[in-house]
Design a protein around this ligand. Structure first.
Ligand code: PMP
Length: 284
């Protein structure tokens, strides 16, 4: 089965797909993206990803591409690849024009995608839990937009790996725990979940949304409220959520154990419930 690229309406091998050097996504980071995954041949929460994609484009005032056209292209690429467990990266930039900070209306957005088989996280990480560091949140004030401007996220992730850890957690100057470099964050305290509310400072994660729904059905209490680093260190359990991350336990942060430094029962249960939902959901 082939890894494929989609480039403004054409499907081709990834190595053959190139964009013009004056693409504004390339020169200004003037682009947005999505990442959708499939389970057993079905794309998980595709409509929710499309909702977020449309919102990101709207917030950056891109000229619109019809939702139905985007969806059709995604499904066509997915079908051509034949991967049952696929990861589809979707990127839309404002368009191509001679370099100028100001942009004109009526540009044609550039729409590209790649599809590959999902590389699952190591089993040992899921079974033993991951280690994280905290880092200062140096990102811009609109982290709710899924923009391709990810340099602070890349630097933070690399800092974590260089420190022998698995990921980094952004904490604001005012001591508010935000999210991971490519994931949302939940803490468990006295049997109740707490996660950052939806503001301009975090991405409205689709997996976060799935977890909120799962908790609602399972009768697990969730509070969307701000919390600081002391509550993070003192939590019974901490986990990250994301399309590839799914539900990933964090057992050490800044070299301090979380709870008894083992994967907790609520994290374990939510991972199982998320997988169950992903495998049961009907195709979009
Ligand atoms: N926060 C950030 C900063 C992310 O990059 C991601 C992954 N795209 C998430 C949260 C999780 O979002 P999702 O569950 O939609 O993958």
């Amino acid at each position: 089965m082939p890894d494929l690229a989609y480039l403004n309406g054409k499907i081709m091998p990834i190595g053959k797909a190139t964009v013009p050097i004056e693409d504004r996504g390339y020169q200004f980071g003037d682009g947005i993206y999505e990442f959708v995954a499939s389970y057993a041949g079905r794309l998980f929460m595709l409509e929710e990803h499309l909702d977020r994609l449309e919102r990101s484009m709207g917030e950056l005032t891109f000229d619109a591409i019809a939702r139905e056209d985007i969806k059709k292209a995604i499904l066509e690429l997915f079908e051509q690849s034949g991967y049952p467990r696929a990861g589809i990266y979707i990127q839309i930039s404002r368009g191509v024009a001679p370099r100028n900070h100001a942009f004109s209306r009526g540009m044609s957005p550039q729409f590209v995608m790649t599809i590959r088989a999902v590389k699952e996280l190591p089993k040992s990480l899921r079974e033993n839990g991951a280690r994280a560091i905290t880092v200062k949140d140096l990102r811009w004030g609109r982290c709710d937009i899924k923009s391709v401007q990810l340099v602070p996220n890349c630097l933070a992730k690399q800092k974590a790996l260089d420190a022998g850890c698995d990921d980094a957690i952004f904490v604001s100057d005012q001591n508010v725990v935000r999210e991971g470099t490519s994931s949302n964050l939940f803490i468990v305290s006295d049997g109740r979940l707490i996660t950052h509310p939806l503001t301009h400072n975090i991405l409205p994660g689709i997996t976060r949304l799935a977890i909120l729904g799962i908790c609602h059905s399972a009768g697990i209490e969730v509070q969307e409220s701000f919390f600081g680093i002391e509550e993070l260190y003192g939590a019974d359990e901490v986990f990250l959520t994301g399309t590839i991350t799914e539900v990933l336990p964090i057992v050490r942060i800044d070299d301090k154990p979380i709870g008894d430094a083992a994967v907790g029962p609520i994290t374990r249960r939510l991972y199982a419930l998320l997988r169950e939902k992903a495998l049961a959901d009907t195709p979009a």
